[in-house]
Design a protein around this ligand. Structure first.
Ligand code: FAD
Length: 502
C-alpha cells in the first residue's frame, strides 16, 4: 500500500502536518520514535507529579490570536480546557522587581515610573509595537497563498519586512537610551534563545507582542492533552500513528523523487510525499538514501548556526510553591541588565550568573501535583559544548552541581524551597538531544539571527520532489506557535503536490 504522506516525528510540527492532511481525507502514516507525541513540548510524570518537559508559556493561545484561531478552525479548542494567564511574569533585576501583565499600557506605565526621562522613547517604541501587531495580523490573515503574501508584504506589512532585516538591538536602541531600561525591555530574549545584539527583530517582536500586548493561556492537564487529542483525531480520520518506531532511511528515486521510508526494524513504507519533522541536518545527513544529495546539501546546512540548548530542573514539592513566595506563575531572574552578557553566561555554563526562569505550572493547574503539593521548573539556557564528552561520573557530578546552584538561586526568592523538595529531575542539553535527536539539543532549531530568519530561514521545500521539512529548523521559526504553523504550511505544500498528481 502507498500512503499519501508519511510524517517522520510527532513533534508539534509533525503532528500539525499529519493532523491537517488527515482532516483533508489523505491517508497518512505518522511515525514517532518516542512512546508519546509532542517532541520537546511533551509532558512527563514522576512519583505523582506531572511536568512540562520544556514549555513555559505559549504565545497566541488566546481569543482570536493565530494559534487559538487555528485550533478553533479544526475544533481542537473544544477538546481541551484552557486556563487563562492573569499576568505574564515577575521581572527581577538588581534594582527593579515588578510584574509584567499582558497589557502594553500597564507595562509602559510601569516602565515610565522607573524611567520618567525615557517616556517619549517608550511611547514611540510601544506605538511601533502596536503597528507591528496590526500588520502581523493583516499578514497572517491575508487571503492569499503564502508566496503571494510574501510578494505583497512590503505593502500589507512593511514593518514586518523591516524587522526581517535588523536585530532587536538595532531597532530598540533607536528609541531607548538608558541601559537598564533597554535590559528590562529586552527581557523576553530568552524566549528566542539569543542575546538582543544578534537576535532578529522579527522574532523578538513576535514574542514581545505575544506576551506584552496579547493575553495567552495554558492547557489544563499540560500540552500533552492537546497532542493526545490530535493523535486520536488522526486515527479517527482513518490514518495511522506508530509510536516507538524510528525511521532510519528516507528512500528516494536517485535523490530526485521521494518514495517512502524504512524503519529501524527494516519495515518499508511507501508514500507519495514525506514530511520530516526531524531536523534538516538529520534529514539530509542521516536519513536520506542518496549520497549525491547528502554531499550537496550537508555543507550548506552545516554552515548554519544552531540555537542554544537548555538545562532544566524539575521539582516536585511537598507544598504549593505559592506558599513559599511564588506570587506569580513565572519569575524571570537576571543578575544584570546586559542580556548579551547574560547570554554569554549561558554559553559558558555559568549557572551562578546566567538569567533563569522559574515557572510554577501547578499554580495554573493544581491537578499537576498530588493534593496539597506543587511543582516548579527552573530553566537556564545552556550550551551542548558544556556537557559534551564527559564520562558518566563527571556528567552526573556536573548535573547535580548545576541543579544545586539553580535551586539555591530560586531559594533566594522562595525561602524554604530546599526543605520542601520531594522529587528532583534534571535535563541537560545532552538529554534534549537524546530525547528528540535535535542536534546539540538546540531548542529553537537554527539560531534566530537576521541571516536565518523570515524568508532567509531554511525553507520547507527541499531539492527532493515530494520531501518537505517541518519544525523549528525551518520557516517560520522555533517555539510551539511557529512550529504549529510550520507543520500546517508543510502539509499545504504536500497537498498541493498530491492534488496535482491526482
Ligand atoms: C527547555 C525548552 C524550553 C522551551 N520553552 C518554550 C516555551 O516556553 N514556549 C514555546 O513556545 N516554545 C518553547 N520551547 C521550544 C519548543 O518546545 C520547540 O521549538 C518545539 O516544540 C519544537 O517542535 P518541532 O516540531 O520542531 O519538533 P521536536 O520537538 O524537535 O520534535 C521532533 C520529533 O521528531 C521525532 N523524531 C526525530 N527523528 C526521528 C526519526 N528518525 N524517526 C522517528 N521520529 C523521529 C523526535 O522523537 C521528536 O518527537 C522550549 C524548548 C525547550 C527545549
Amino acid at each position: 500500500m502507498e500512503y499519501d504522506s508519511i510524517i517522520i516525528g510527532a513533534g508539534v510540527a509533525g503532528l500539525a502536518a499529519a493532523y491537517k492532511l488527515s482532516c483533508e481525507g489523505r491517508k497518512v502514516l505518522l511515525i514517532e520514535r518516542q512512546p508519546v507525541a509532542g517532541g520537546y513540548a511533551t509532558t512527563f510524570r514522576r512519583k505523582g507529579f506531572m511536568f512540562e518537559s520544556s514549555v513555559h508559556c505559549v504565545d497566541a493561545l488566546y481569543g482570536d490570536e493565530e494559534l487559538m484561531r487555528l485550533l478553533h478552525e479544526y475544533g481542537l479548542d473544544k477538546k481541551v480546557d484552557f486556563v487563562q494567564l492573569k499576568d505574564f511574569s515577575r521581572l527581577i533585576y538588581p534594582e527593579h522587581d515588578f510584574v509584567a501583565n499582558f497589557n502594553l499600557d500597564d507595562y509602559s506605565a510601569a516602565l515610565k515610573k522607573f524611567f520618567p526621562q525615557e517616556a517619549k522613547g517608550i511611547d514611540s517604541l510601544f506605538s511601533r509595537v502596536r503597528d507591528f501587531s496590526r500588520q502581523m495580523r493583516r499578514f497572517t490573515r491575508f487571503p492569499a497563498p503564502y508566496w503571494l503574501k510574501l510578494l505583497l508584504s512590503p505593502l500589507i506589512s512593511p514593518l514586518v519586512v523591516k524587522f526581517c532585516f535588523c536585530t532587536a538591538e538595532n531597532y530598540i536602541r533607536k528609541y531607548i537610551r538608558n541601559d537598564k531600561l533597554y535590559g528590562i525591555i529586552t527581557d523576553i530574549w530568552k524566549f528566542a534563545g539569543l542575546g538582543p545584539r544578534r537576535l532578529s527583530a522579527l522574532y523578538f517582536f513576535i514574542i514581545f507582542n505575544g506576551y506584552y500586548n496579547n493575553r495567552t493561556a495554558y492547557i489544563k492537564g499540560g500540552m500533552s492533552r492537546l497532542f493526545d487529542a490530535m493523535v486520536s483525531d488522526i486515527r479517527a480520520n482513518g490514518s495511522e500513528v506508530r509510536f516507538n518506531t524510528t525511521v532510519e532511511k528516507i528512500i528516494t528515486f536517485r535523490g530526485k523523487n521521494v518514495k517512502g521510508v524504512v524503519t529501524e526494524k527494516a519495515e518499508e513504507f511507501l508514500a507519495k510525499t514525506v514530511i520530516s519533522n526531524a531536523s534538516g541536518l538529520n534529514t539530509f545527513d542521516c536519513l536520506i538514501d542518496d549520497q549525491a544529495v547528502k554531499v550537496r546539501v550537508r555543507p550548506e546546512l552545516e554552515a548554519l548556526e544552531k540555537s542554544i540548548s537548555a538545562t532544566q530542573v524539575y521539582l516536585g514539592l511537598s507544598k504549593p510553591a505559592k506558599q513559599l513566595g511564588m506570587d506569580q506563575f513565572m519569575f524571570s531572574v537576571n543578575s544584570g541588565y546586559d542580556h548579551d552578557k547574560n547570554f554569554s553566561y549561558s554559553q559558558k555554563g555559568d549557572y551562578k550568573n546566567c538569567s533563569i526562569a522559574i515557572v510554577d505550572h501547578s499554580q495554573l493547574d493544581p491537578a499537576q501535583a498530588p493534593e496539597g503539593k506543587g511543582t516548579l521548573l527552573i530553566m537556564a539556557l545552556d550550551s551542548f559544548a558544556n556537557w559534551q564528552g564527559l564520562d558518566p561520573q563527571e556528567y552526573a557530578r556536573k548535573k547535580s552541581e548545576a541543579a544545586k546552584i539553580l535551586i539555591q538561586r530560586a531559594e533566594k526568592f522562595l525561602p524554604g524551597l530546599w526543605a520542601n523538595i520531594e522529587v528532583t529531575e534534571v535535563a541537560t542539553p545532552i538529554t534534549m538531544q537524546r530525547y528528540t535527536l535535535s542536534p546539540q539539543g538546540a531548542i529553537y532549531g537554527f539560531a534566530q539571527t537576521v541571516a536565518q530568519s523570515g524568508i532567509n530561514r531554511l525553507s520547507q521545500d527541499t531539492c527532493v520532489k515530494g520531501l518537505f521539512l517541518a519544525g523549528a529548523w525551518t520557516q517560520p521559526g522555533g517555539g510551539v506557535h511557529a512550529c504549529f504553523v510550520s507543520g500546517l504550511d508543510a502539509a499545504e505544500k504536500a497537498l498541493g503536490l498530491l492534488t496535482k498528481r491526482n
